[in-house]
Design a protein around this ligand. Structure first.
Ligand SMILES: Nc1ncnc2c1ncn2[C@@H]1O[C@H](COP(=O)(O)OP(=O)(O)OP(=O)(O)O)[C@@H](O)[C@H]1O
Ligand SMILES: [Mg+2]
Length: 254
């Protein structure tokens, strides 16, 4: 059974914009799937539909064999707990320590009062420190999150997502705010989490050079439709022009 099945998914926003047009694909366990396409092609809409931050207009989402397209309440909460999310802007709480930010990823398994009072079970502390070690940043556990560099903050955000022990990690342009060297640093940790922890990853990316280095498979969106599906190596110059347009020139990030 595939981890995720997207069937004829469409999204029309209330203002009439059709952001996804009958998108279908399957994600197997252990894949590192990159989603590419021009700005506005529907990449973020797709990720937000998958974790049900926005409601698809039609089509279905099947996760781990269960149709999650219309689940609500507790079922939706349980579904979301299996999916970690990482954003371009990290979304840390700057005045909190790195460790506190990571612990917030365990909300769901902690009551609101306990989290306000900073009362976390010792095993969650141990887990948070271990996750900080995974992203190579355990020595920063007790500094304020806003004192870290962008790349370090994104690694904290990854450690926070790992607190859910997610089956699937969704990353929406996780390195778009970072310089090239730092981008590779963050992507390498995502690769490690994918291979060593067996976490399936779907990652929106702008740079094909990163796709080629880290993804096991790619889908390309254009005007909300899938126009390419295959391995990174299969994206020839002709495909590149088809996906990004004739005027596009590939910029490499090394
Ligand atoms: N909340 C919204 N209401 C109306 N239209 C929206 C909304 N969010 C996105 N759109 C539109 O839907 C289309 C797809 O947007 P989306 O953000 O999914 O693209 P994207 O591929 O993630 O782009 P980028 O690379 O710039 O992040 C665009 O035309 C966008 O303007
Ligand atoms: Mg986007």
């Amino acid at each position: 059974m595939a981890l995720l099945e997207i069937n004829a998914l469409s999204k029309v926003y209330p203002n009439g914009t059709q952001a996804l047009r009958s998108v279908s694909f399957t994600v197997e366990r252990g894949e590192f799937l990159a989603v590419i396409g021009l700005s506005g092609s529907g990449k973020s809409t797709l990720l937000r539909c998958i974790n049900r931050l926005i409601e698809p207009t039609s089509g279905s989402i099947v996760f781990d064999g269960a149709d999650v397209t219309h689940i609500k309440g507790d079922a939706l909460r349980r579904y979301r707990q299996q999916i970690g999310m990482i954003f371009q802007q990290f979304n840390l709480i700057g005045r909190y320590s790195v460790l506190q930010n990571v612990l917030m990823g365990a909300l769901g398994s902690v009551t609101t009062l306990d989290s306000i009072l900073g009362r976390y079970r010792p095993e969650l502390h141990t887990m948070a420190l271990r996750n900080l070690e995974i992203v190579g940043i355990a020595d920063k556990a007790h500094v304020r999150a806003d004192s870290l560099s962008g790349g370090q903050q994104q690694r904290v955000a990854i450690a926070r997502a790992l607190m859910q022990e997610p089956k699937l990690l969704l990353a929406d342009e996780p390195v778009a705010s970072l310089d090239p060297a730092t981008s590779h640093g963050v992507m390498r940790y995502l690769g490690y989490i994918n291979r060593q922890l067996g976490c399936t990853i779907i990652c929106n990316l702008h740079f094909l050079s990163l796709v080629r280095e880290y993804a096991s498979r790619v889908i390309a969106l254009k005007y909300g439709q899938i126009v390419f599906e295959g391995s990174p190596a299969e994206i020839t110059d002709d495909w590149f022009r088809h996906i990004y347009g004739d005027e596009a020139v590939e910029v490499e990030i090394r």
